[in-house]
Design a protein around this ligand. Structure first.
Ligand code: ATP
Ligand code: MG
Length: 365
């Protein structure tokens, strides 16, 4: 296994600038999830590392090796595509063994290795079938088996779960995580699903508009988002954002003064804060007129089984609140929304998180 490095990688398709100047380092053995909305350049970044596309400028390294100009077959990486890209005329065993066959691995060694990876992925009983005789989840496992069969320096996976139904996605999410941990493999996993990114990865890289917005462990991406984009892209329901103006003792939000500790208030002044961000689980529903809470009315109530999502209309916008499973309330009812301002992120006019939350989701930082 090896580390992976992108250095100032730019990619243009004609006039379209897809990667602006991507700098990204994945340490050896780490699992990086590259997360971002559709069209932000995730697949393009993977294809450049795989050698399927050339960068307009910049370099990519695998381990110490500059592989920018190497042919895909000389890069020692394996890619799992969204479509699986299995060969329909070959059996499962032939599909899995194909990378070894290309390499000229002798028959006995090849068969042994096919048996070994098929056992890891629990598809040993399917080896004589053709891809069309398999379910989506089984095809997925064959594609993974073909990727791991030759112990590559790094794995690249492009939305490998997107063709599966919701339940199977959940199972395979755990399976792929276990597999990568077992192989201790350097992995770049592309997804636009923030839950996949947060649950599977050691590191999450959030991309938007051709730039890497933030790269950090999942909990830091969630608790300490670098900017408004990351704050609202990660988390479901997303972080609530309200406009604020600075006041004497705190900030004015939702028609009330939200008091802030002196140091925080000074930081807000210096940074010229314009918005406040609050996670739905950091807000709670309070009685109308509760001191310090923002007045509003219930807009929608969504019971989820284990909890209730309450959307509340405030002066300045709607906010989502995670309430208990036994929450009862009716649309139009007057209530208020309480929160601890120490849990808020505060954004400046450039959308950067100029003042971070004090508490880290229950953990003191
Ligand atoms: N070969 C190409 N020629 C021209 N434009 C391209 C080409 N490949 C990709 N693009 C454009 O580059 C941008 C990024 O595409 P890319 O496939 O990397 O996005 P993505 O982040 O993987 O999106 P998705 O989540 O939808 O898969 C898109 O606007 C796309 O239309
Ligand atoms: Mg893509």
């Amino acid at each position: 296994m090896s580390s992976v490095l992108y250095r100032k990688v730019v990619k243009n398709f004609g006039a379209l600038n897809v990667l602006r100047s991507l700098d990204l380092a994945v340490p050896d053995h780490k699992f990086l999830a590259l997360l971002g909305p559709s069209g932000c350049g995730k697949t393009t970044a993977l294809r450049i590392l795989a050698g399927l596309d050339m960068p307009t400028s910049g370099k990519v390294f695998i381990g110490e090796r500059d592989v920018t100009r190497l042919q895909p077959r000389d890069r020692d990486i394996a890619m799992v595509f969204q479509s699986y890209a299995l060969y329909p005329q070959m059996t499962v065993a032939e599909n899995i063994g194909y990378p070894l066959w290309i390499r000229g691995t002798p028959d006995t060694a090849r068969k042994a290795k096919i048996g070994e990876v098929a056992a890891i992925l629990e598809i040993g009983h399917l080896l004589d079938r053709r891809p069309r005789q398999l379910s989506g989840g089984q095809r997925q496992r064959v594609a993974l088996a073909r990727a791991i069969v030759r112990d590559p320096a790094a794995f690249l996976m492009d939305e490998p779960l997107s063709n599966l139904d919701a339940r199977l996605r959940l199972t395979m999410r755990g399976e792929i995580k276990r597999l990568c941990q077992r192989l201790s493999a350097t992995t770049i996993y592309v997804t636009h699903d923030q839950v996949e990114a947060l649950t599977m990865a050691d590191l999450v890289g959030v991309m938007h508009g051709g730039d890497l917005q933030q790269m950090a462990p999942p909990i830091d991406i969630y608790d300490r988002p670098a900017n408004r984009f990351v704050a609202t892209f990660v988390g479901n329901p997303p972080m609530n954002i309200l406009p604020v103006t600075l006041a004497e003792q705190g900030v004015m939000a939702g028609g009330r003064i939200v008091p802030l500790a002196r140091a925080r208030l000074t930081a807000c002044r210096l940074a010229e804060i314009v918005e406040i961000g609050l996670r739905p689980e950091d807000c709670s529903i309070a009685q109308p007129g509760a001191p310090g809470a923002l007045p509003g009315e219930i807009y929608v109530v969504e019971p989820m089984g284990n909890e209730t999502l309450v959307n509340v209309r405030l002066d300045g916008g709607n906010v989502s609140v995670r309430a208990g499973r036994d929450f009862r309330g009716s649309v139009g009812e007057n209530i208020s929304v309480a929160f601890d301002a120490a849990n808020a992120c505060l954004f400046n006019s450039a959308g950067l998180t100029a003042v971070q939350r004090v508490n880290s989701n229950g953990r003191e930082k």
